[in-house]
Design a protein around this ligand. Structure first.
Ligand code: NAP
Length: 308
Protein backbone atom coordinates (compact mmCIF):
# COMPACT_ATOMS: atom_id res chain seq x y z
CA UNK A 1 0.00 0.00 0.00
CA UNK A 2 1.19 3.54 -0.74
CA UNK A 3 2.20 5.68 2.19
CA UNK A 4 -0.67 8.02 3.14
CA UNK A 5 0.18 11.73 2.98
CA UNK A 6 -1.58 13.28 5.97
CA UNK A 7 -2.10 16.91 6.97
CA UNK A 8 -3.15 18.32 10.32
CA UNK A 9 -5.82 21.02 10.41
CA UNK A 10 -5.80 23.02 13.66
CA UNK A 11 -2.30 23.21 15.14
CA UNK A 12 -3.30 23.54 18.79
CA UNK A 13 -2.58 21.57 21.93
CA UNK A 14 -3.72 18.10 20.90
CA UNK A 15 -2.16 18.36 17.43
CA UNK A 16 1.27 19.15 18.86
CA UNK A 17 1.11 16.93 21.95
CA UNK A 18 -0.28 13.79 20.34
CA UNK A 19 -0.99 13.84 16.59
CA UNK A 20 2.49 14.89 15.45
CA UNK A 21 4.37 12.17 17.38
CA UNK A 22 1.79 9.51 16.47
CA UNK A 23 2.07 10.34 12.75
CA UNK A 24 5.88 10.35 12.91
CA UNK A 25 5.77 6.97 14.65
CA UNK A 26 3.56 5.27 12.05
CA UNK A 27 5.20 4.16 8.77
CA UNK A 28 1.81 4.04 7.01
CA UNK A 29 1.77 7.86 7.11
CA UNK A 30 3.99 10.68 5.98
CA UNK A 31 3.42 14.11 7.50
CA UNK A 32 2.74 16.40 4.55
CA UNK A 33 1.06 19.67 5.60
CA UNK A 34 -0.41 21.82 8.32
CA UNK A 35 -3.36 24.21 8.25
CA UNK A 36 -3.88 26.78 10.98
CA UNK A 37 -4.90 30.43 10.82
CA UNK A 38 -2.42 31.76 13.41
CA UNK A 39 -0.01 28.98 14.30
CA UNK A 40 3.17 29.09 12.14
CA UNK A 41 3.22 25.34 11.43
CA UNK A 42 6.27 23.07 11.53
CA UNK A 43 9.68 23.81 9.97
CA UNK A 44 10.09 22.09 6.61
CA UNK A 45 6.41 21.16 6.23
CA UNK A 46 4.03 22.92 3.84
CA UNK A 47 1.81 25.29 5.82
CA UNK A 48 -1.48 26.96 4.88
CA UNK A 49 -3.66 29.43 6.73
CA UNK A 50 -6.87 27.79 5.49
CA UNK A 51 -7.97 24.38 4.31
CA UNK A 52 -9.20 25.96 1.08
CA UNK A 53 -5.65 27.15 0.37
CA UNK A 54 -4.33 23.61 0.92
CA UNK A 55 -7.02 22.12 -1.32
CA UNK A 56 -6.26 24.70 -4.04
CA UNK A 57 -2.61 23.59 -4.09
CA UNK A 58 -3.19 20.18 -5.73
CA UNK A 59 -2.93 16.72 -4.19
CA UNK A 60 -0.68 17.75 -1.28
CA UNK A 61 -2.38 15.28 1.08
CA UNK A 62 -4.48 12.10 0.89
CA UNK A 63 -5.92 12.54 4.38
CA UNK A 64 -6.48 15.18 7.04
CA UNK A 65 -6.80 15.05 10.80
CA UNK A 66 -9.18 17.77 11.99
CA UNK A 67 -7.87 18.96 15.36
CA UNK A 68 -9.84 22.20 15.52
CA UNK A 69 -12.54 23.05 18.04
CA UNK A 70 -15.74 21.13 17.17
CA UNK A 71 -17.70 24.22 16.11
CA UNK A 72 -15.81 24.56 12.80
CA UNK A 73 -15.28 20.89 12.05
CA UNK A 74 -18.28 20.17 9.80
CA UNK A 75 -17.38 22.72 7.10
CA UNK A 76 -13.77 21.56 7.07
CA UNK A 77 -14.75 17.88 6.90
CA UNK A 78 -17.26 18.34 4.13
CA UNK A 79 -14.73 20.30 2.02
CA UNK A 80 -12.08 17.61 2.53
CA UNK A 81 -14.46 14.74 1.78
CA UNK A 82 -15.67 16.51 -1.38
CA UNK A 83 -12.06 16.31 -2.61
CA UNK A 84 -11.92 12.60 -1.80
CA UNK A 85 -9.63 13.07 1.21
CA UNK A 86 -9.86 10.64 4.12
CA UNK A 87 -10.86 12.46 7.31
CA UNK A 88 -9.98 11.80 10.95
CA UNK A 89 -12.29 13.77 13.26
CA UNK A 90 -10.94 14.57 16.72
CA UNK A 91 -13.50 14.04 19.46
CA UNK A 92 -16.24 15.14 19.70
CA UNK A 93 -16.93 14.41 16.01
CA UNK A 94 -19.10 17.51 15.62
CA UNK A 95 -20.98 20.26 17.36
CA UNK A 96 -24.31 18.54 16.63
CA UNK A 97 -25.42 14.97 15.96
CA UNK A 98 -27.14 15.77 12.68
CA UNK A 99 -24.01 17.25 11.15
CA UNK A 100 -22.09 14.06 11.93
CA UNK A 101 -24.78 11.99 10.21
CA UNK A 102 -24.53 14.31 7.20
CA UNK A 103 -20.76 13.76 7.14
CA UNK A 104 -21.21 9.99 7.15
CA UNK A 105 -23.46 10.33 4.11
CA UNK A 106 -20.91 12.58 2.39
CA UNK A 107 -18.14 10.04 3.03
CA UNK A 108 -20.26 7.17 1.73
CA UNK A 109 -20.86 9.09 -1.52
CA UNK A 110 -17.17 9.77 -2.19
CA UNK A 111 -15.84 6.43 -0.92
CA UNK A 112 -13.38 8.24 1.36
CA UNK A 113 -12.81 7.05 4.94
CA UNK A 114 -14.41 9.03 7.76
CA UNK A 115 -13.01 8.11 11.18
CA UNK A 116 -14.55 9.59 14.32
CA UNK A 117 -11.70 8.97 16.75
CA UNK A 118 -12.45 8.42 20.43
CA UNK A 119 -8.95 8.49 21.89
CA UNK A 120 -9.90 7.19 25.34
CA UNK A 121 -11.04 3.92 23.78
CA UNK A 122 -7.40 3.32 22.89
CA UNK A 123 -6.23 3.56 26.52
CA UNK A 124 -4.51 0.35 27.53
CA UNK A 125 -7.15 -0.97 29.94
CA UNK A 126 -10.20 -0.48 27.74
CA UNK A 127 -10.02 -3.50 25.41
CA UNK A 128 -9.29 -5.99 28.26
CA UNK A 129 -12.05 -4.38 30.37
CA UNK A 130 -14.53 -4.87 27.52
CA UNK A 131 -13.48 -8.51 27.11
CA UNK A 132 -13.81 -9.20 30.85
CA UNK A 133 -17.23 -7.56 31.13
CA UNK A 134 -18.72 -9.25 28.07
CA UNK A 135 -20.28 -12.17 30.01
CA UNK A 136 -20.86 -10.45 33.39
CA UNK A 137 -24.08 -9.19 34.94
CA UNK A 138 -23.70 -5.47 35.67
CA UNK A 139 -24.86 -4.46 39.17
CA UNK A 140 -23.92 -0.78 39.14
CA UNK A 141 -21.43 1.61 37.55
CA UNK A 142 -19.80 4.75 38.93
CA UNK A 143 -17.99 7.24 36.71
CA UNK A 144 -16.05 10.08 38.31
CA UNK A 145 -14.28 12.56 36.00
CA UNK A 146 -13.02 15.50 38.04
CA UNK A 147 -10.23 17.70 36.77
CA UNK A 148 -8.89 21.24 36.99
CA UNK A 149 -9.96 23.13 33.86
CA UNK A 150 -7.28 25.75 34.50
CA UNK A 151 -4.60 23.08 34.11
CA UNK A 152 -6.02 21.20 31.12
CA UNK A 153 -7.77 23.90 29.08
CA UNK A 154 -6.08 27.21 29.88
CA UNK A 155 -7.41 30.08 27.79
CA UNK A 156 -9.52 27.86 25.48
CA UNK A 157 -12.44 30.25 25.01
CA UNK A 158 -14.19 27.96 22.49
CA UNK A 159 -14.69 25.25 25.09
CA UNK A 160 -17.12 27.49 27.04
CA UNK A 161 -19.09 28.56 23.97
CA UNK A 162 -22.16 26.78 22.52
CA UNK A 163 -20.91 23.61 20.82
CA UNK A 164 -17.79 23.58 22.97
CA UNK A 165 -19.38 21.17 25.49
CA UNK A 166 -17.86 22.63 28.68
CA UNK A 167 -17.20 19.87 31.22
CA UNK A 168 -18.55 17.33 28.71
CA UNK A 169 -15.40 17.93 26.62
CA UNK A 170 -13.54 15.59 29.00
CA UNK A 171 -16.77 13.91 30.16
CA UNK A 172 -17.45 12.58 26.67
CA UNK A 173 -14.19 10.64 26.96
CA UNK A 174 -15.67 8.77 29.94
CA UNK A 175 -18.82 8.12 27.91
CA UNK A 176 -16.72 6.83 25.01
CA UNK A 177 -15.19 4.29 27.40
CA UNK A 178 -18.50 3.33 29.02
CA UNK A 179 -20.28 2.81 25.68
CA UNK A 180 -17.33 0.67 24.57
CA UNK A 181 -16.90 -1.60 27.60
CA UNK A 182 -20.41 -2.06 29.02
CA UNK A 183 -22.27 -5.01 27.54
CA UNK A 184 -25.70 -3.31 27.50
CA UNK A 185 -26.97 -0.05 26.02
CA UNK A 186 -27.67 2.66 28.59
CA UNK A 187 -29.55 5.94 28.64
CA UNK A 188 -30.14 9.00 30.77
CA UNK A 189 -32.66 9.01 33.65
CA UNK A 190 -31.96 12.43 35.15
CA UNK A 191 -29.23 15.05 35.34
CA UNK A 192 -28.27 18.45 36.70
CA UNK A 193 -26.01 20.75 34.70
CA UNK A 194 -24.22 23.53 36.59
CA UNK A 195 -23.25 26.47 34.41
CA UNK A 196 -21.25 29.51 35.57
CA UNK A 197 -23.19 32.77 35.39
CA UNK A 198 -20.76 34.16 32.77
CA UNK A 199 -20.46 31.06 30.55
CA UNK A 200 -22.59 29.17 28.01
CA UNK A 201 -21.42 25.64 28.88
CA UNK A 202 -21.50 23.65 32.14
CA UNK A 203 -18.59 23.50 34.59
CA UNK A 204 -20.07 20.48 36.39
CA UNK A 205 -22.72 17.84 35.81
CA UNK A 206 -24.36 15.13 37.88
CA UNK A 207 -25.94 12.41 35.76
CA UNK A 208 -27.91 9.23 36.39
CA UNK A 209 -28.27 6.63 33.65
CA UNK A 210 -29.63 3.11 33.66
CA UNK A 211 -28.89 0.25 31.33
CA UNK A 212 -31.38 -2.01 29.58
CA UNK A 213 -31.31 -4.44 32.54
CA UNK A 214 -32.04 -1.61 34.98
CA UNK A 215 -28.50 -1.35 36.41
CA UNK A 216 -27.80 2.23 37.61
CA UNK A 217 -24.86 4.21 36.19
CA UNK A 218 -23.86 7.43 37.94
CA UNK A 219 -21.57 10.04 36.45
CA UNK A 220 -19.96 12.91 38.36
CA UNK A 221 -18.22 15.52 36.20
CA UNK A 222 -16.52 18.54 37.70
CA UNK A 223 -13.98 20.97 36.31
CA UNK A 224 -13.31 22.69 39.65
CA UNK A 225 -11.14 19.91 41.06
CA UNK A 226 -7.76 21.05 42.35
CA UNK A 227 -5.16 18.64 43.75
CA UNK A 228 -5.43 15.00 42.70
CA UNK A 229 -7.43 14.50 39.52
CA UNK A 230 -9.93 11.66 38.97
CA UNK A 231 -10.69 9.84 35.75
CA UNK A 232 -12.24 6.64 37.11
CA UNK A 233 -14.82 4.08 36.01
CA UNK A 234 -15.86 1.43 38.56
CA UNK A 235 -18.10 -1.43 37.46
CA UNK A 236 -19.65 -3.74 40.06
CA UNK A 237 -20.63 -7.10 38.58
CA UNK A 238 -21.87 -10.51 39.72
CA UNK A 239 -18.23 -11.67 39.53
CA UNK A 240 -16.59 -8.81 41.46
CA UNK A 241 -15.52 -5.24 40.79
CA UNK A 242 -13.62 -3.91 37.79
CA UNK A 243 -12.03 -0.51 37.92
CA UNK A 244 -10.39 1.61 35.29
CA UNK A 245 -8.27 4.50 36.54
CA UNK A 246 -6.22 7.25 34.91
CA UNK A 247 -8.67 7.62 32.03
CA UNK A 248 -8.61 3.94 31.13
CA UNK A 249 -4.85 3.36 31.35
CA UNK A 250 -4.88 1.28 34.55
CA UNK A 251 -7.22 -1.70 34.82
CA UNK A 252 -7.87 -3.51 38.08
CA UNK A 253 -9.74 -6.80 38.02
CA UNK A 254 -10.82 -8.80 41.08
CA UNK A 255 -7.75 -11.03 40.70
CA UNK A 256 -5.12 -8.28 40.41
CA UNK A 257 -3.91 -5.18 38.65
CA UNK A 258 -2.83 -4.85 35.06
CA UNK A 259 -0.79 -1.73 34.45
CA UNK A 260 0.00 -0.63 30.96
CA UNK A 261 1.69 2.48 29.66
CA UNK A 262 0.53 2.27 26.05
CA UNK A 263 -0.35 5.62 24.60
CA UNK A 264 -3.68 6.24 22.92
CA UNK A 265 -2.77 8.11 19.73
CA UNK A 266 -0.53 5.46 18.09
CA UNK A 267 -3.56 3.15 18.33
CA UNK A 268 -5.83 5.78 16.78
CA UNK A 269 -3.51 6.25 13.79
CA UNK A 270 -3.12 2.47 13.37
CA UNK A 271 -6.94 2.23 13.20
CA UNK A 272 -7.14 5.17 10.76
CA UNK A 273 -4.63 3.43 8.45
CA UNK A 274 -6.55 0.13 8.65
CA UNK A 275 -9.83 1.85 7.81
CA UNK A 276 -8.27 3.65 4.82
CA UNK A 277 -6.72 0.42 3.53
CA UNK A 278 -10.02 -1.43 3.95
CA UNK A 279 -11.94 1.49 2.40
CA UNK A 280 -14.26 1.73 5.41
CA UNK A 281 -15.54 4.45 7.74
CA UNK A 282 -16.04 4.22 11.50
CA UNK A 283 -18.38 6.73 13.11
CA UNK A 284 -19.86 5.88 16.50
CA UNK A 285 -22.07 8.73 17.70
CA UNK A 286 -23.22 7.09 20.97
CA UNK A 287 -21.06 9.24 23.30
CA UNK A 288 -22.30 12.42 21.61
CA UNK A 289 -25.91 11.14 21.78
CA UNK A 290 -25.63 10.77 25.54
CA UNK A 291 -24.30 14.31 25.89
CA UNK A 292 -27.08 15.63 23.66
CA UNK A 293 -29.60 13.75 25.81
CA UNK A 294 -28.16 15.42 28.89
CA UNK A 295 -28.77 18.79 27.28
CA UNK A 296 -32.34 17.60 26.43
CA UNK A 297 -33.29 16.20 29.79
CA UNK A 298 -31.24 17.92 32.48
CA UNK A 299 -32.28 20.36 35.14
CA UNK A 300 -30.16 23.54 34.94
CA UNK A 301 -28.59 25.53 37.73
CA UNK A 302 -26.49 28.67 37.52
CA UNK A 303 -23.36 28.71 39.66
CA UNK A 304 -20.64 31.21 40.50
CA UNK A 305 -19.01 32.97 37.54
CA UNK A 306 -15.76 31.37 36.39
CA UNK A 307 -12.68 33.11 34.96
CA UNK A 308 -9.48 31.47 33.74
P1 NAP B 1 -6.74 24.26 20.94
O1 NAP B 1 -5.43 24.14 21.64
O2 NAP B 1 -7.60 25.42 21.18
O3 NAP B 1 -6.40 24.13 19.39
C1 NAP B 1 -7.36 24.28 18.39
C2 NAP B 1 -6.67 24.83 17.17
O4 NAP B 1 -7.61 24.89 16.09
C3 NAP B 1 -6.15 26.24 17.34
O5 NAP B 1 -4.76 26.17 17.46
C4 NAP B 1 -6.59 27.01 16.09
O6 NAP B 1 -5.49 27.44 15.33
C5 NAP B 1 -7.20 25.91 15.22
N1 NAP B 1 -8.34 26.38 14.42
C6 NAP B 1 -9.46 27.04 14.83
N2 NAP B 1 -10.26 27.26 13.78
C7 NAP B 1 -9.64 26.73 12.68
C8 NAP B 1 -9.97 26.64 11.31
N3 NAP B 1 -11.13 27.13 10.83
N4 NAP B 1 -9.08 26.05 10.48
C9 NAP B 1 -7.94 25.55 10.94
N5 NAP B 1 -7.57 25.59 12.25
C10 NAP B 1 -8.42 26.18 13.10
O7 NAP B 1 -7.64 22.97 21.21
P2 NAP B 1 -7.18 21.47 21.56
O8 NAP B 1 -7.08 21.30 23.02
O9 NAP B 1 -6.04 21.06 20.70
O10 NAP B 1 -8.52 20.71 21.15
C11 NAP B 1 -8.91 20.55 19.81
C12 NAP B 1 -9.85 19.35 19.72
O11 NAP B 1 -9.15 18.20 20.21
C13 NAP B 1 -11.10 19.50 20.60
O12 NAP B 1 -12.22 18.95 19.96
C14 NAP B 1 -10.75 18.70 21.84
O13 NAP B 1 -11.90 18.15 22.46
C15 NAP B 1 -9.89 17.61 21.25
N6 NAP B 1 -8.95 17.02 22.23
C16 NAP B 1 -8.21 17.82 23.07
C17 NAP B 1 -7.38 17.23 24.02
C18 NAP B 1 -6.53 18.04 24.95
O14 NAP B 1 -5.96 17.48 25.90
N7 NAP B 1 -6.37 19.35 24.77
C19 NAP B 1 -7.29 15.84 24.10
C20 NAP B 1 -8.00 15.07 23.19
C21 NAP B 1 -8.83 15.66 22.25
P3 NAP B 1 -4.65 28.80 15.51
O15 NAP B 1 -3.83 28.59 16.75
O16 NAP B 1 -3.82 28.83 14.27
O17 NAP B 1 -5.64 29.92 15.62
Amino acid sequence: MDVIKVGIVGMGKIARDQHLPAIHGNPDFTFAATVSPNDPGVAGIAHYKTLDALLADGQVVDAVALCTPPQVRYDLAVAALARGLHVFLEKPPGATLAEVVALEEAAAKTGATLFAGWHSRFAAGVAPAKAWLADKRIVRVSIVWREDVRVWHPGQAWIWEPGGLGVFDPGINALSIATEILPNAFFLSSATLSTPANRAAPIAADLAFRDTTGAPISMDLDWRQTGPQSWDVVVETDAGTLSLAKGGAVLTLPDGVQHADDEEYPGLYARFATLIHERRSEVDTRPLQLVADAYLRARRETVEAFDD
